[in-house]
Design a protein around this ligand. Structure first.
Ligand code: HXC
Length: 510
């Protein structure tokens, strides 16, 4: 009996070595952690329960029949993050470059299916050379089963991908089907076709980092929701994000003790709006001042910076924030901002996370680049996302809410539950200057008359009171009381229960 137990212990020790010490050292020399070390950082100490440690591939081709490494290039199982359960898989680059064989795929599918059955999120750590070349189509079939499970799990349990090494070819589509992708700078990349193929087909010369590195995907393509300096930082930030999220689409987001009461006043907010309506201010400052303990987990911080998206807590409960950022493009909505915010709103709605919308938007960005790029359809995504969201929604207009952008940014008519405005709000079809130039085109030569008409228009419309008279906003609030008013509004909406009409699924403009 002791012998048998010792054999098991030896087998486990062997399996934990993956592709062997030489390859582990090579992994470390690139500044990367191994698959198991990453899980140790991601999960609570001692919480990891491993499955399928002794699984090996079934391939007989290319001499593979004599070569079996237990685990087959991926470590799978479950553990906890701050006490809450999560399924995980972590690809092991030391075993056949983390490449995906039929059995490797089966291991991933098993934890995906357990995550769905048990209503628990799943986090995948990718570090892989792609399809196991020796296995050919069996590997492609394996990938496709993983994709199918990603699609089934979408909107059911949160799915998070962290790219910590190569992710090339069709392999990128599993992360792309998940809710969030994070990348590590200088050691991870994602692309459909690598630099060599790009050179052959298009004659472009580009490095792997330029083509699909973390900076590229978090600033240009928006494939990545955030990039981090190293493995350690990426995993610690994923732990932080996880704490904001519910376990599944029927459970509430976690609530945690808070030490920052909702009665906190912020006198500095009474002066945050500059006297000149064209001077920007930092909307992030407002978000931080509203949040419990100024804790804001920003999503896509480096992309579409004219809109902010991310998670805060109010009185201990998670709230998704969408906020125009006047510091960038004067806070205009454009293609990138619309896509970014629409996806975020849909995530929050799918997982019952209430939404706070902070509005300071002069309109949609004009121009051929936007029109040729399809801003009509992309803007419609955000409109659609807000319009179908049934979670509790509170909106605060701090300054400009002009034109179509007013209609998009969660107004009452689009299902906003409680809509507030600051006294500095300007809710109108357009700015005073533009309006007068259209209404009084024939007087444009008379600058005095135009100035007087502009003043008139401003007096009448550059304020929140026309909207307040119509009940389009529920109250004009003191900026210093915003945290209290918003927190109380969300508290009043706790039992909100609204359902959209039955349909097979919607037809969001894509
Ligand atoms: C089998 C692989 C492998 C693969 C790497 N290895 N990729 N084994 N299948 N796809 C093995 C190597 O043979 C090597 O084994 C070990 O992993 C480490 O690889 P190196 O090349 O030494 O590492 P490095 O220099 O860091 O380069 C990493 C790499 C490179 C850039 C990922 O290995 C590479 O280009 N691999 C092939 C990538 C690829 O073309 N994959 C298929 C894409 S098509 P030893 O024993 O020497 O340690 C695809 C389709 C999916 O994925 C479609 C889904 C729908």
């Amino acid at each position: 009996m002791t012998d048998i137990i010792q054999q098991l212990a030896d087998r486990r020790t062997g399996a934990r070595l993956g592709g062997g010490q030489r390859r582990i050292d090579a992994q470390h020399s690139k500044g990367k952690l191994t698959a198991r070390e990453r899980l140790e950082v991601l999960l609570d100490e001692g919480s990891f329960e491993e499955y399928d440690m002794f699984v090996t591939h079934k391939c007989q081709d290319f001499g593979m029949g004599n070569e079996h490494i237990p685990g087959d290039g991926v470590v799978t199982g479950w553990g906890t993050i701050n006490g809450r359960m999560v399924y995980v898989f972590s690809q092991d680059f030391t075993v056949y470059g983390g490449s995906l064989s039929a059995t490797h795929a089966k291991k991933i599918c098993k934890v995906q299916e357990m995550a769905m059955r048990n209503g628990v999120p799943i986090i995948g750590l990718s570090d892989s050379g792609g399809a196991r070349i020796q296995e050919g189509v069996a590997s492609l079939a394996g990938y496709t089963s993983v994709f199918q499970n990603n699609i089934k799990a979408s909107g059911v349990v949160p799915q998070i991908s962290v790219i910590m090494g190569p992710s090339a070819g069709g392999a990128v589509y599993s992360p792309a089907l998940t809710d969030f992708i994070f990348m590590v700078r200088d050691s991870s990349y994602m692309f459909l076709t690598g630099p060599d193929v790009v050179k052959t087909v298009t004659n472009e010369v580009v490095t792997a980092e330029e083509l699909g590195g973390a900076t590229t995907h978090s600033t240009k393509s928006s494939v990545s929701d955030g990039s981090y300096e190293n493995d350690m930082e990426a995993l610690m930030e994923v732990r932080r994000l996880f704490d904001f999220l519910p376990l599944n689409n029927t459970s509430k987001p976690p609530s945690r003790p808070f030490f920052d009461g909702h009665m906190r006043k912020e006198p500095s907010l009474d002066t945050i709006i500059p006297d000149n309506a064209n001077t920007p201010y930092d909307m992030k400052e407002l978000v931080l001042k509203l949040a419990d303990e100024s804790d804001f987990f920003e999503i896509q911080k480096d992309f579409g910076k004219n809109i902010l998206t991310g998670f805060i807590r109010l009185e201990g409960s998670t709230v998704g924030v969408v906020a125009n950022q006047p510091m960038v493009l004067a806070g205009c909505l454009d293609i990138n901002a619309s896509r970014k915010a629409a996806r975020f709103v849909r995530f929050c709605d799918a997982f019952e996370i209430p939404l706070l919308t902070l509005v300071d938007v002069p309109g949609f960005l004009p121009g051929t680049v936007q029109e040729y790029g399809g801003v009509i359809k992309h803007g419609a995504k955000l409109l659609y996302a807000f319009g179908e969201a049934t979670v509790p929604r509170v909106t605060v207009i701090t300054r400009k809410a002009y034109g179509g952008a007013y209609c998009v940014m969660s107004p009452k008519h689009l299902g906003g539950d409680v809509n507030y405005a600051w006294p500095t709000a300007e809710i109108a079809v357009m700015g005073a200057k533009g309006a007068v130039e259209i209404l009084h085109r024939s007087d444009l030569g008379d600058s005095e008359k135009i100035a007087a008409l502009t003043d008139d228009y401003e007096d009448r419309f550059a304020n929140p009171f026309v909207a307040a008279e119509n009940g389009f906003i529920d109250e004009v609030i003191m900026p210093h009381n915003t945290r209290m008013r918003v927190a109380r509004a969300f508290a009043s909406l706790k039992s909100k229960d609204v359902k959209n009409l039955w349909r097979k699924h919607d037809n969001l403009p894509l």
